[in-house]
Design a protein around this ligand. Sequence first.
Ligand SMILES: [Zn+2]
Length: 242
Amino acid sequence: MISDLELLGIWEAGFDKSVIEKSLLLVGAVRRDLNAGQVASMPVGQRDAILFDLRKKLFGPVFSNKAKCVACGQQVEWEMPVDSIRMHPDGLTEENTAIDLEHSGHHLRFRLPNSADMIVLSRLGEGASHEDELLKRCLDDSTLPDNLAEPLPWELKSAILQKMEACDPQADIAMRIRCPECDHEWSMGFDIMRYFWAELDDWATNMLQDVSLLAGYFGWAEKDILEMGRFRRNAYLNLLNR
Ligand SMILES: [Zn+2]
């Protein structure tokens, strides 16, 4: 389990990083057996599954937020159990991500997209094709027949992208929201990375306030306050609030 001291350190280390890099810091703290390169090479869905589990442990089993109804503009509050969108891809491990695809007589092999791919895609200039770059990175060249010149036929690209999605359903989560005002129902993507880090931002801000209160009153060091269990720290805060 990540301690409060460590969590605050991760929050600080992530302040000037992209949201993908921020998430990799969190995943790296859970998977200490992996180095940074291995964490970045994890399929996106596997990375997100770790984020779902960590979020549940740290901040509880339910996601909640607000969304604007696309039909009537009403603010809709939604809640969603973490477990309802946490999937369990069978047999998907960082060593086992090579996918085979038979398509119009070709036998191709590719791997699932990972965070390192996403970081490269996020830095592509305007006009560049994200799909082409992704396929270039993920396709095993040695399985490409010589007569299949670049660019790949559209049907083949689309077949590969569909298979990628099917093999890593955790990577792209959508949820249904219903407006209680007008009954309109729509689908909305859920980005665990942004959601989790926004919560971590709030948590860290509150934690710094608590630390400054306790440090100011008792003269304790930040490290000692952060290493104190949450229960005892809250008990001291309750004393101050009396
Ligand atoms: Zn509505």
